[in-house]
Write a protein that binds this ligand. Structure first.
Ligand code: ACO
Length: 374
């Protein structure tokens, strides 16, 4: 038997959902390249694409949008009067973990819709509570991204803002067998149900090596402050042995295509007056300096910009606070977790790898001398 720390060279699933081509820097979502859908499709349409064939009565994008709107209203009824006091002090992703645990398990389309709806509604509610405000009621007939922004901000989103969030949710909807999707598939493979699989995905997403990086990207930009200070600040961080958030990837050996999709969305938002051009310019200067420093220090390892760098800028421009970025990421990736969980249940076996025991061998004499536990 071979052991592969981090399972880097292990193929653990067959999937029709997405292909991550790390050498070419290409992401395919069920037959569509990311470039063809990001910024063009609504999140509901990508959900319909990913879920096609995995539920008995999977609707098309428009029907799914209506059902998802009704599911948002239903999800809001899972919130309780004392949640605000009990949960607003927690980091948003932890509050969301507690709230999502209320969604009953199931394997059908209503459960799937409820989970996508709940992820968005709960994220917005947590943000409102943290601002000392009450949660708002969802609008069943609104597009999902626009309603999420309205629920978070308490005011309707502009068309450019809604399009920006749609581009984000679509871009992160699925991405091969990343850590959180693998966690979701492991749980689904036991037959535990969709809500359990989604909770596993969320828990894996929380870590800074996966979905927890974009908040720290903004911390880094704030600490750098100006384009001229970038190289010195970044070199000092690397000298301290720190990793630069928003750079490097386990699979991509070229630029993460999602970084460009989000950079495009950011520029469209800036052109519509939705963010300050100086912030974009600072980010691009920091990106150039970071890539140069990483290249100089690790000439044998391609460390490129990943999805989290422009995620941070885009979500900031949409007025979402950095501590909520991982929860918003989950609001997009939840669609992929669900599709993978269904695919695993349909065709897969129980996922159960083996471990190599490297502890001490039992000492026969000592074992004989030890009394049996009571
Ligand atoms: N900054 C500085 N050095 C880095 C970075 C980075 N961002 N990424 C990798 N390296 C270095 C490592 O220290 C390592 O150096 P060493 O060989 O001297 O120990 C070398 O490059 C190879 O790194 P690995 O650990 O093999 O890379 P791995 O594939 O395990 O990690 C990861 C990928 C976790 C994304 C890593 O690049 C990282 O920590 N990046 C910063 C956090 C981040 O942006 N996370 C979001 C990822 S995207 C997502 O999950 C949605």
């Amino acid at each position: 038997m071979q052991m592969d720390d981090g399972l880097e060279g292990v193929v653990a699933a067959r999937t029709v959902l997405s292909e991550v081509d790390g050498a070419a820097g290409r992401l395919v979502l069920r037959g569509h390249s990311l470039d063809a859908v990001a910024g063009r499709w609504r999140y509901e349409q990508v959900l319909a694409l990913l879920w096609r064939g995995f539920f008995e009565d999977a609707p098309d994008g428009d029907a799914l949008a209506g059902a998802l709107g009704r599911a948002r209203v239903e999800a809001a009824s899972l919130l309780r009067a004392d949640d605000r006091e009990a949960l607003s002090a927690l980091p948003p992703v932890e509050a969301m973990r507690a709230l999502l645990a209320r969604v009953p398990d199931g394997d059908d389309l209503p459960t799937a819709l409820r989970l996508v709806a709940a992820t968005a509604v709960f994220t917005a509610a947590v943000l409102r509570w943290r601002a000392g405000l009450p949660a708002l009621a969802p609008q069943a007939d609104a597009p999902h991204a626009a309603d999420l922004l309205r629920l978070a901000h308490g005011a309707p989103a502009s068309a450019a803002q809604a399009a920006g969030l749609d581009a984000y949710l679509v871009t992160v909807a699925d991405h091969g067998l990343n850590a959180s999707t693998f966690a979701a598939r492991v749980v689904a493979s036991t037959g535990a149900g969709l809500a359990s699989a989604v909770l596993a995905g969320l828990s894996a997403l929380k870590g800074p090596l996966h979905g927890g990086a974009p908040g720290p990207v903004l911390d880094m930009l704030d600490a750098i402050g100006s384009a001229g200070a970038a190289a010195r600040w970044l070199d000092a961080a690397l000298d301290r042995g720190e990793r630069l958030m928003g750079f490097g990837h386990r699979i991509y050996r070229v630029r993460d295509p999602r970084a460009d999709a989000l950079k495009g969305a950011l520029h469209r938002l800036a052109e519509a007056g939705g963010m300050q051009p100086e912030r974009v310019a600072l980010a691009e200067a920091v990106e150039r300096a970071a890539l140069a420093s990483l290249q100089a220090r690790k000439p044998g390892r391609v460390l490129e910009t990943n999805v989290e760098f422009y995620t941070a800028l885009l979500l900031e421009a949409l007025g979402l606070p950095r501590e909520a970025f991982t929860a918003i990421f989950a609001a997009g990736r939840v669609g992929g977790w669900i599709a993978h969980a269904r695919e695993q249940v349909r065709g897969g076996r129980l996922i159960r790898p083996q471990s190599v025991y490297v502890g001490p061998a039992p000492d026969a004499r000592q074992e004989c001398a030890e009394p049996l536990p009571a």
